[in-house]
Design a protein. Sequence first.
Length: 364
Amino acid sequence: MTIRDAKMDIDSIHLFKRVKLLPNVLSKAEVKSILDAHSNIKHKMMLSLIYSCGLRCGELLALQPVHIDSMRNIVLLKNSKGKKDRIVPLSSKILEMLREYYKVFKPTTYLFEGQIKGKPYDDRSLQQVLKQAIQKSGIRKPVTLHWLRHSYATHLLESGTDLRYIQELLGHNSSKTTEIYTHVSIKSIQQIKSSFDVEYFKYNKTADSYTCPAQETLTTNGNWYAKKNGKSITKMKHYKTNACLNCKLFTKCTKNAKGRLIERSQCADLIYQNKVRIESNYETYRRRQAIVEHPYGVIKRQWDFYYIITKKTIKRASADVGLIFCAYNLRRIFNLIDQNLLKQYLKVLALYFGTLRAIFKAFY
């Protein structure tokens, strides 16, 4: 190219780089607090559907009742971004909420209608619904509706969903658009281990010492120290070396001015043996955890029953455990069966047992 007899080399012109911004993501706890903030079933339903299906604002407002396929548990999104149709899964919990919402509001043309019947809900009003939920939940982040979509994708990725499926669910043309969520997923970041983590310090049981990544030996004076953790006290040994102060890796390894200190619990050998057993029988451990530990642990934490089995004997705790599991199973029944229907079943059951009792009294 020539301008005023001066030659310009197009290839030598450097273009400005586009700013690459990461999507904003909320934690699962923050999402839950936002979705639980509204008591109005319509407001709650709209926000829940955006998050649970990863919808854009326009896609939610364009939904019609016929787009909800309750038999296949899917939502059909017609003519969304890029003039494409797509389907997204619908959870059974959200489906139940939708049924309750439908009974109250009875929408005609659009699933979420505004003040005028047959007209879609206003997008600015939806933004106000979110703003009110943020204020009620006490979150001080500039959350937008699209943050819920970003959070949906990131939480799917963190739970192990394949990136290809996430791409389909979000309606992305290119996988590169979906890959950006790998940069905000904390799961992969949390799994990255530093070469200065304790597990990289090799323990020598015979010499009762540790060897660090710099091949220096950390020794102990043999004394046990009491370390308090809440109400429990654990005995610990301390391992250290004077070589830390002259080590080139000092600043990377520790912030302690006196050098790296390793603590070894009195139960360290048992913990290691248990770790080996778990790793060698991982699938068995996961099944056992799912059957026993998960429901019991959830109930124990929810009811603040930290004293069970820890401060009582197993025999004395059995009544408490029985009560907890009765309540847990009742709660599961409430989730599966309508409470009014359950009352009817119990009344019939009481009548049945009452009749049996009268028969037994008459003949025996």
